[in-house]
Design a protein. Structure first.
Length: 138
């Protein structure tokens, strides 16, 4: 029998928009919902999450599809899913389950958080992001 597992992440509540942007960048074909049910194995109780990544059939609430949810718990997001059955696009460099989800999202999330901090700092105006051609912070 399958079950939902909660896994701590380093994703901060104050950077929710950046987490959503990272999700959309990493999984462009997925649908991102807010305050929705996390689907998983049939017959299990669906938890609700602040952010839900739906990889297929986003309109259906029926179990049997497998999502990843992120719940805000004391200022940090906790990943919630039936990790054993997540789709192949959540696997990164042989990592699967919660490790694959974290490995997929962390680089994009970190880049977006750093970019946000740079844009908000007057001392860093004119900084050049070398990962993108001719991208200066103005």
């Amino acid at each position: 029998m399958s079950h939902y597992t909660q896994v701590k992440t380093d994703f901060d509540e104050g950077n929710k928009a950046e987490l959503i942007e990272a999700i959309k960048e990493v999984w462009p074909n997925a649908t991102v919902l807010e305050n929705a049910k996390v689907r998983g194995y049939r017959g299990t109780k669906q938890p609700t999450a602040d952010i839900v990544v739906r990889f297929s059939n986003p309109e259906s609430e029926a179990q049997g599809q497998y999502d990843v949810g992120f719940q805000n718990q004391q200022g940090k997001f906790v990943a919630v899913a039936d990790f054993g059955y997540l789709p192949a696009e959540t696997r990164v460099n042989g990592l699967r389950g919660s490790a694959g989800v974290n490995a997929a999202l962390k680089p994009a999330y970190t880049a977006k958080v750093v970019e946000k901090q740079i844009k908000s700092s007057h001392a860093l105006r004119g900084y050049r992001n070398v990962s993108k051609k001719n991208d200066y912070i103005v």
